[in-house]
Design a protein around this ligand. Structure first.
Ligand code: PLP
Length: 492
């Protein structure tokens, strides 16, 4: 504990340091004896050291007078208690997402449905038949747990039912995310070959996922065709050669292009591919099942719009609303080649992901799509959100904190549906002394942290993305931590 003593050579600081108690003396004090009844000796000592270290730093920075130091030391046991509870907190914490962005990559994208949660809990708590065929007792593939559901969701017959269908058999695999799915597909099907991509689709998805870079890493060679705004079917056709391994189409998920634009439909590309014997791979991205057409999300394609492609990839935790994973669904011969790739072993997902994905797909197949939180949040009625905002505003309004419900637009986010804006409401907060940015920061330090945004010098809390059962918690947190408890009727 001699660390920073007298480093400033300042005699006043030296006298302040001498006021600090030793750990041994603290351990004998009655208020610490109480803490020691519920916490281990080493936990208490570590917390004391951390608190004293911080106070030494504050002294060194000249932040203390004898009076301020003494008043701090009187409450030292409270600081130590707080330190203990903070050090026990997990790093990964539940937060209240009041940004209104439904798929927020920084906030963990899709919350899971109740059935996904209970299936995870059941599977995580014990052993499972992850790779065991319960019929034969033989080893099996982990893919079987979601393959049929995925194919059924897309109205495909599973490979083994092919006798009853004229369509070619399909299969599906699951990997860690859609970036991995795209990479694995390119590497399995086009390593050393050319992949034809429109210049309008050489996009960056976010988080550093750039199509040209991932393609280069896969060992495939990029064959760009067309221009940024216009690519015609003939551009693809004339680029096909004996070197062509794949035609790649990429959903322009996070931006919209307007004006003088053109690109062939997926169906046209697929017909071209069939004629010339080249498979067409559609990086669909969003995994959207329930159409957004009625919400003004200009032609946001669904997973079903991609069924003609020979191979489709999509994220599990975007508009599908499941766990983080990447889905690859396609012709059985292509999926077989992907399965044989040793990289699949490196990109595979764990039993918890399968449990969550199986349950989420089950929600859709049993027509309970509304129990998938992402689907539900997209569909919330603006009037209901407004009423909730009015209630929260009413609860928290005080002479310190002015709160009112205001109309806002929510974003779907997560690199999806760039043109969709959902009518919503927010609780707008203005504090009598705190700037909006400071208030925003204060909200993030609550427990649970509240994540909002600033607009026009007010903090906005969009309740579309707040689970309704958190409304009361949010109101209590705001009232106690920021409104200072003095509820008034400023709004009336
Ligand atoms: C989001 C997206 C990806 C990346 O998906 P992750 O699951 O985040 O890895 C790839 N392609 C498209 C078209 C996307 O929209």
């Amino acid at each position: 504990m001699k660390r920073s003593e007298n480093t400033t050579g300042d005699p006043e600081a030296a006298s302040l340091y001498s006021l600090l108690p030793s750990i041994n003396r603290l351990l004998l004090a009655p208020e610490f004896a109480i803490i020691l009844q519920s916490e281990s000796h080493s936990t208490v000592v570590r917390a004391m050291r951390d608190v004293l270290f911080r106070i030494r730093q504050e002294i060194a920075e000249g932040l203390h007078t004898p009076a301020s130091l003494n008043s701090f030391l009187i409450g030292l046991h409270l600081a130590v208690t707080r330190e203990i509870s903070q050090s026990k907190r997990y790093s990964l914490r539940r937060v209240i997402n009041a940004t209104g962005v439904i798929l927020h990559t920084n906030l963990g994208r899709a919350p899971l449905s109740a059935s996904a949660l209970s299936h995870i809990q059941e599977i995580a708590a014990g052993y499972s038949n992850l790779e065991l065929d319960l019929e034969t007792g033989e080893r099996s593939r982990r893919d079987v747990h979601t393959e049929e559901l995925l194919l059924r969701l897309l109205n495909f017959n599973a490979g083994k039912l092919k006798a009853s269908s004229t369509a070619p058999p399909r299969s599906a695999v699951v990997v860690n995310n859609c970036a991995a799915a795209t990479f694995l597909a390119l590497n399995s099907l086009a390593e050393g070959a050319e992949v034809i991509v429109s210049r309008g689709e050489l996009v960056e998805i976010g988080g550093g996922f750039r199509i040209p870079e991932i393609l280069a890493k896969s060992g495939a060679r990029l064959r760009e065709v067309g221009t940024t705004n216009r690519t015609k079917l003939a551009d693809y056709e004339s680029a096909i050669s004996s070197d062509t391994g794949l035609i790649l189409r990429v959903h322009q998920s996070n931006f919209s292009m307007e004006g003088f634009t053109e690109r062939p439909t997926l169906q046209d590309l697929v017909s071209l591919g069939r004629r010339r014997g080249i498979p067409v791979f559609d990086d669909q991205g969003t995994g959207l099942v329930c159409s957004l057409d009625d919400l003004g999300a200009r032609a946001e394609p669904t997973l079903f719009d991609s069924v003609d492609a020979d191979l489709v990839s999509a994220s599990g935790d975007k508009l599908l609303g499941g766990p983080q994973c990447g889905l690859l669904v396609g012709k059985a011969d292509l999926i077989d080649r992907i399965r044989k790739n040793p990289l699949l072993r490196a990109l595979r997902v764990d039993k918890l992901t399968y449990a969550a994905l199986e349950a989420t797909l089950g929600d859709y197949l049993s027509e309970k799509a509304d129990s998938v939180p992402v689907v539900n949040m997209i569909r919330l009625s603006p009037l209901d959100i407004q009423k909730r905002c009015e209630w929260v505003a009413d609860q928290v309004c005080s002479d310190k904190l002015f709160a009112e419900a205001v109309p806002v637009l929510s974003l779907i986010g997560g690199g999806t549906a760039p043109s969709a804006r959902l009518q919503s409401s927010a609780v707008s907060l203005r504090h009598s002394t705190l700037q909006a940015q400071t208030l925003l920061h204060t909200l993030r330090r609550l427990d649970p942290p509240v994540i909002g945004r600033v607009s026009d010098d007010a903090v906005l809390l969009d309740l579309r993305t707040v689970e309704p059962e958190f409304d009361a918690i949010l109101a209590t947190l705001l009232r106690q931590a920021i409104g200072n408890g003095s509820h008034s009727s400023v709004r009336e």
